[in-house]
Structures are given as C-alpha cells and as structure tokens.
Design a protein around this ligand. Structure first.
Ligand code: CTP
Length: 453
C-alpha cells in the first residue's frame, strides 16, 4: 500500500496543511498568486518592490479574514483539525464519485481518499476496468482531495483509520457488503466513526459499464458480423431504458442512452470555480470529448494548465461527438462530462458544447493566448462524415501562430477500455447483473436517506 498518511504529522503540521487548504480554495489568494507570478515572469528577475509589498499587505489582510473553525484556531494548539477518510473503488470515475468526494470534504477539514487495491476489489466486487494507478490518478486530480492513499483495503477497520490518522470515515448511504458477507463499514459504524452522505442517484460505474457492454462488438477470430452485440437484448434494453422487440435491435442500438443523473443549477454551482480570467492572464484553451475520463485526460489537462494561469476546457456536445466518433459515442453525456471536468483541479472553466472547429471569434472573445491539443487524434476511424476529416479543426489557431501540440503520455481511450472489457466480458456481465440488482434494491428501499450537502 502506497500511502501519504497523516498519522506521522504533528498538530502543528496538520494546522499548516489546513491553512494550505484554506488558502488553496480562497479565490482572492488564487488571484494574488497569479498577479505575483505574472510580475515575476514579466519583470524577469527584477521584482517591483512597491507592487510586491502591496500584494504582501493584501495577503496579510486576507489571512486575518480567514475563518478558522474553533478546533483549529491558533489559540488552541492542542486540538487538531478533523480528518475525514472516504474510500472507494472509483472505477471509471464519474460525476457520482466526484459528488461523493465533494460532500465528504464538507464533513471535516482535511479529506483523505483511499483507493481500494485491485486484489481486494477483485475478491469482493469483481474485475475493474482501470488499475489502481489509473483510478488513483483521477482521485488525485480532484480539487476537493487533500491526501490520496493508493491500494487501501475494501473493508477498512477502526485500527486502519487510527493508523492513517483519520477521525471519521464517510460513505454514501449505499453500504457495501464484503466477500465474507459482512457490512464493510459495520465496525466503524459501531464505534460511532461513520458519517453518511447521500449517494448521487442516476449514475454509477455499473451504469457506464452497461452502456459500454451494450454498444461493443463480439470478439471473434473471424468476425464477420461486426455489429453483433456481445450482450443480451435484455441488457441493451435495460441500459437504453427502452422497451422493444428483439427484431428492433438495430434501431435500438442507434437510440441515445438515457441518463437519470440530475444536473440541477444548485449542483452546477457547487462544482463551479466562479473564476474569470483577468486581462493579464495567460489563457490556455484545450478541447475534446472527455468521454470516459481517464489518466490520459488529467495528465494532458495538467500539462495544459502549466503553460498558463487560466485553463478553458471546451467540451463538445453529444451530437458533435456522435457525428465525429461514430454512433456508439459518447458513452457519458454532456452534462456528466461537464461535471467531471469541473471537479478537476487543473480546469478553471468549461465551455459547454464547444464548437468542433475553433473560430477566430471564440479565440478573441475568450482572449485565448494558446490553444493546445494532445497528440492523440481527435478523429475516429468509424466517423460517419469522412469528408469533414479533411478540415483541420485547429486551422485558425495554427494560422494565428498560437497552437501547440502536447505529447500524450497515456494512450488510454474508449476503444482500449472496450478491449479490456471484451477480454473479460463474462466477468463484467456477471458483475453488471449482480450490481444492477443491488442498485434496483437501493432505489426501491431508500427511505430516510440523508439530504445532499
Ligand atoms: N457514490 C455515490 N454516488 C454514486 C456512486 C458512488 O455517492 N452514484 C459513493 C459511494 O457511496 C462511495 C464512494 O462513492 O462512498 C465510492 O464508491 P465506489 O466504491 O467506487 O463504489 P460504488 O458505490 O459501487 O460506485 P459504483 O456503483 O459507481 O461502482
């Protein structure tokens, strides 16, 4: 288990960590630090001392305004901030996971997130599509996470919580059972150390795996019928939330997948950064589908953000992706993809439904200084509009001399995930069916569930 536990830190160090988190999430500090950064960059090594002391004064002013909770006030050095541990599999990290992390952060001062080990998950739940390194990368990139512990047990104990220095454990109101048939959080609950938040309805890994299963093709040595679905009609109907006869299968495969995830304006506000770029900011733009979010996406977003101090992410709408990537895509709809991107700490703002072709008008109105793209291609071999492939979507920024290609370090994409799925499709179908029953039970029996925070 690779860990960055808090148990080795003393109270003073924990206080610093908390201060760091408060500062990190304070918009005024973000603004001041970018001003300072800009000054350093524009004046080379010569810092304008007058401007610097003004910034220093503003920083001090802001620090005095920070409201520290009584438990961490500097007058009581013996008490320490509340550390909350939450964990999960986080396979195909989705907006429900990010909403769970967001709620957990509100339950304490410092949030530690454990990502369950591949071996433990396989034993208790079934195979994962992404390995622990890939799953952890998404959690690490989430803006509400302070500490990540990679390879944690599927059933955490009170002893484990003490070892990592957590005061509480948080979990959604859908308590899992482990391979021994025991509630994974029973021991912690009995010790009064469990905090429960509301599970986000309408989205789950199982649901996304179902969407992938229903649109993948049967693997075969001599695959003559590429359109043959690998799964039963029942599964396709369930995932597409449709009722149809077996003869209507082809038509059904073309139907868009319905999602029950609610994109309320309240939720959007909770995810937003409420940041706008200043005139002096170096604004970077990157676009894409960002369908199933993976380690490659967060790495390219990190690289893009490092090139400036404000990152716009343009996310294409469902019909644009469908047109350029083929009939089965996107797997994750525009609203869900927007939430995933807003949860990422490298993203400042999202352009919801960005155009495929970057126009001069968009570049000017967003004051974009640099457009970047990963080396992974934007096109797909199954695209239905072959003629459009001759048009370069980055023609305008290239002409303006503001385009840069960033090396993609990970070649993970939807197709590769589908290949992983196909390698062990029986295992996934079995897991899907087991989990779907559990999810149906959850929706049927939910009563007295906590309110979303
Ligand atoms: N979670 C949530 N809402 C969802 C999905 C997950 O609040 N729609 C929460 C879970 O309650 C848990 C955490 O996210 O506290 C991690 O969940 P995970 O272990 O990955 O597994 P599942 O709950 O099984 O998630 P999924 O059904 O998506 O696999």
């Amino acid at each position: 288990m690779e860990s960055e536990t808090l148990s080795n830190l003393d109270d003073q160090q924990l206080k610093y960590l908390l201060m760091y988190n408060l500062i990190k999430s304070n918009t005024k500090f973000i603004e001041l630090s970018s001003q300072l950064q800009e000054q350093i960059l524009t004046n080379n090594s010569q810092i304008d001392t007058l401007k610097f002391s003004k910034i220093q004064e503003e920083v001090q002013d802001e620090i005095s305004k920070l409201k520290l909770s009584p438990s961490i006030s500097t007058n009581s050095p013996k008490t320490k901030p509340t550390t909350v541990y939450m964990d999960g599999v986080f396979d195909i990290c989705h907006s429900g996971h990010f909403n769970a992390i967001r709620q957990s952060k509100k339950l304490g001062d410092i949030l530690m997130v454990g990502v369950n080990s591949d071996e433990d998950v396989l034993k208790s739940k079934g195979p994962t599509l992404m390995n622990v390194k890939e799953r952890s990368a998404l959690v690490r990139a989430c803006k509400w996470v302070d500490v990540v512990i990679e390879g944690t047990p599927y059933t955490p104990t009170v002893e484990f919580l003490r070892e990592v220095g957590a005061d509480y454990c948080a979990h959604g109101d859908d308590m899992p059972i482990n391979d021994m048939g025991v509630g994974c959080y029973d021991e912690i609950k009995n010790q009064g150390m469990l905090k429960v938040f509301k599970r986000t309805e309408g989205i789950s890994t199982t649901e996304i795996i179902g969407r992938l299963l229903s649109c993948t093709k049967k693997p075969s040595m001599n695959n003559t019928n590429k359109d043959e679905p690998i799964t039963s009609m029942d599964l396709i109907k369930k995932v597409r939330k449709a009722s149809a006869s077996d003869t209507e299968l082809d038509e059904l495969k073309l139907k868009p997948i319905m999602s029950n995830f609610l994109s309320t304006s309240w939720r959007i506000t909770e995810f937003c950064n409420n940041r706008v770029p200043k005139d002096s900011d170096k604004v970077i733009y990157i676009d894409g589908s960002f369908d199933i979010l993976h380690i490659g996406h967060v790495e390219i977003l990190r690289k893009a953000r490092e090139l400036g101090n404000f990152l716009y992410v343009g996310v294409h709408d469902d019909s644009t992706i469908n047109k350029y990537r083929g009939k089965n895509y996107p797997i994750v709809n525009l609203q869900e993809r927007t939430f995933n991107l807003l949860a990422c700490k490298y993203v400042d703002e999202v352009i919801i439904g960005a155009p495929w072709m970057l126009t001069e008008d968009l570049i000017r109105s967003l004051k974009i200084k640099l457009v970047v793209s990963g080396t992974d291609t934007k096109y797909d071999e199954y695209v239905s509009v072959k003629d459009d492939l001759n048009v370069d979507p980055y023609e305008v920024p290239k002409k303006l001399g503001i385009f840069e290609e960033l090396k993609s370090d990970y070649d993970l994409n939807n197709e590769l995930l589908v290949q992983r799925l196909l390698k062990n499709r029986d295992g996934y179908i079995e897991k899907y069916q087991r989990k779907s029953v559990k999810e149906a039970e959850y929706y049927e029996n939910k009563s007295g569930v906590p309110k979303e925070i």
